[in-house]
Design a protein around this ligand. Structure first.
Ligand SMILES: Nc1nc2c(ncn2[C@@H]2O[C@H](COP(=O)(O)OP(=O)(O)OP(=O)(O)O)[C@@H](O)[C@H]2O)c(=O)[nH]1
Ligand SMILES: [Mg+2]
Length: 293
């Protein structure tokens, strides 16, 4: 898997090149400030990072420790659970929920797990079709209903069926938009409640899908979802298509939530576990030349 995160930082690195055209051994505070802002790290966090550095010449090691510190909460520990492990996938429309579900399903299947999908986005007919298409392609069972039907009923039926057939994993899609924000909040809360009714402890994981091309504007949105239903972890999609890779620092710092994976393309295999060291070193490799010994 190594290299996927670094490769998908290409556009972010191109943006940085505008203010740091050449690799160097050290940078000044002013230079560093410009670099971080260009990578779309939020201004407030840039100030925190820069103000905590006392040296005039900033080396790779100094910056590395500061950047890693902003990612302190990003690792995830799976809770103890009775199978099936139920995952609820939420996020605004177009964030990449359905695509990410197919990526997760492909991953779990490749690990030998029995996976079942629930087409819980009953708001749009196209959403049900899209997930069904993926399920057929991946040869994974799916539970769905007609457009406009109760999404909680789909969630219940999926979990019920997975339990009775001895499946390991359930992934439930949800709508990104309803007629109003209050409708969406109520629907998601209800789905969560019904999951627990169908299977004690479910959903074991509620994942928020964030569109990486949105940069820092995703923070407020993520906070709203977290307050609404409680988020256990984040997946950031479309890292390959954004010059705003630095916003991951601000998102991680502001939300203090684990980042489980990043999306690095549209294909089912383009899902990479988020490795904070690879992410930070991928950026630092573009900035610093190795010091001569
Ligand atoms: N380049 C790239 N494109 C992605 C990635 N993840 C998703 N996409 C694309 O983003 C678009 C939206 O993805 P969907 O999975 O349909 O998003 P959604 O959140 O389910 O959207 P709604 O169902 O409308 O709420 C599609 O064209 C996907 O192919 C990624 O990691 N990289
Ligand atoms: Mg969808």
């Amino acid at each position: 898997m190594f290299g996927f995160i670094k490769n998908s930082l290409k556009k972010t690195v191109e943006a940085i090149r505008a203010v740091a055209p050449k690799k160097k051994i050290t940078f000044s505070k002013d230079e560093l400030e410009n670099i971080l802002l260009e990578a779309d790290v939020e201004y407030a966090l840039v100030e925190i990072i820069v103000n905590e550095i006392y040296q005039e010449k900033i080396t790779r090691e100094i910056l590395r420790s500061k950047l890693l510190a902003t990612l302190a909460y990003t690792s995830y520990k799976e809770p103890a659970f009775n199978p099936p492990f139920v995952e609820l996938i939420v996020g605004v429309n177009g964030a990449g929920k359905t695509t990410t579900i197919s990526k997760l399903a492909a991953l779990y299947k490749s690990q030998g797990k029995k996976v079942m999908l629930g087409a819980g986005d009953t708001f749009r007919a196209a959403a049900i079709e899209q997930l069904t298409l993926w399920a057929n392609k991946l040869d994974i069972p799916i539970v769905s209903s007609k457009q406009g039907h109760d999404s909680s009923a789909v969630a219940y039926d999926t979990i019920d069926s997975a339990k009775s057939k001895g499946f390991d994993h359930v992934i439930i899609d949800t709508a990104g938009r309803l007629h109003t924000q209050t409708n969406l909040a109520n629907e998601l809360k209800k789905i969560k409640r019904i999951c627990e009714k169908a299977h004690s402890g479910a959903p074991q994981r509620t994942l928020l899908i964030i569109d990486g091309t949105q940069g820092n504007s995703a923070i407020a949105q993520a906070k709203a979802f977290h307050e609404m239903i409680g988020i256990d972890g984040i997946i950031i999609t479309k890292l390959d298509g954004t010059a705003k890779g630095g916003s991951i620092f601000s998102i991680a710092y502001a939300l203090e939530l684990p980042i489980l994976y990043v999306g690095t393309g549209e294909k089912p295999e383009n899902l990479t576990p988020f490795d904070k060291y690879e992410f930070v070193d991928g950026l630092l490799d573009a900035l610093f030349v190795e010091e001569e010994i």
